[in-house]
Each structure stands twice: as structure tokens, then as C-alpha cells.
Design a binder for this molecule. Structure first.
Ligand SMILES: Nc1ncnc2c1ncn2[C@@H]1O[C@H](COP(=O)(O)OP(=O)(O)OP(=O)(O)O)[C@@H](O)[C@H]1O
Length: 112
């Protein structure tokens, strides 16, 4: 089991969510965050305005999935979130040790 954390441009959220639904992702968490990448000090376009990069609004998507879904999920996120401009975001993948579905007590892959 892996957790994917993807930091994306906020206006790409709907497209990314749809792309992930299409490959069968059953749940995810979304958080509004702020951040910067290596373009610090350069400008980035956000909602038509150019910002000197300090902390820019981003959306963080977290999803926990089976190992064999990692590659399709990354592919779906990259395809849906890419504009080709700076600040398109980043994807982090980590290992998840345990999952519990609170309602039923199911664990691990049965609880995804
Ligand atoms: N190393 C990192 N650790 C944690 N969060 C990061 C890291 N790098 C980027 N982020 C987050 O991802 C967001 C988008 O990063 P961004 O796309 O600007 O990265 P980049 O490496 O500068 O790539 P690009 O050249 O495409 O702009 C940042 O605003 C920040 O929230």
C-alpha cells in the first residue's frame, strides 16, 4: 500500500479528480495548502496574475492505494495536472504500513 501526495495547481483539481475516478480510485483527501518550489524569486501565473513566488496557493491531494495502482495513478495525475508552465506541482510516493476502516474494522487492502 502506498500513499500518493500530489501538490497541484488549484484549478486542476476537478480534472485530476475525474482522471483518478476513471482509474478506480475510491477515496481521496484534498487540502488547500501554500508552498513554493525551486522557482522561488521567479514569477508564476496564478488566475491570470503574475506573482513573485513566495507562498502560492496549491491543492494537496492524498490518496492511499494498492501498489499496482501507483503507476496508473501517477500517470493520470501528471496527464491531468500538467500545463507545462512552472509550478505544475510534484508527486510524492510513500509506503503505508496499516489501514483500518473504522466502521467495519476491515484492515489494509480490504480497507482501501
Ligand atoms: N521538495 C518539496 N517538498 C515539499 N513540497 C514541495 C517540494 N517541492 C515542491 N513542493 C510543493 O509543490 C508545489 C509546486 O512545486 P513546483 O511545481 O513549483 O516545483 P518545481 O520543482 O519548482 O517545478 P517547476 O519547475 O515545474 O516549477 C510547491 O508550491 C510546494 O507546495
Amino acid at each position: 500500500m502506498k500513499k500518493i501526495e500530489a501538490i497541484i495547481k488549484p484549478f486542476k483539481l476537478d480534472e485530476v479528480r475525474e482522471a483518478l475516478s476513471e482509474i478506480g480510485v475510491s477515496g481521496l483527501t484534498v487540502t488547500e495548502v501554500k508552498g513554493f518550489g525551486r522557482q522561488k524569486g521567479h514569477t508564476e501565473l496564478y488566475r491570470g496574475a503574475e506573482y513573485v513566488v513566495d507562498f502560492l496557493p496549491k491543492v494537496k491531494i492524498e490518496l492511499v492505494i494498492a501498489d499496482n495502482q501507483v503507476d496508473p495513478a501517477i500517470e493520470a495525475i501528471v496527464k491531468a495536472a500538467r500545463t507545462g508552465k512552472i509550478g505544475d506541482g510534484k508527486i510524492f510516493v510513500t509506503t503505508v504500513e496499516q489501514i483500518v476502516r473504522i466502521r467495519t474494522g476491515e484492515t489494509d487492502e480490504a480497507a482501501i
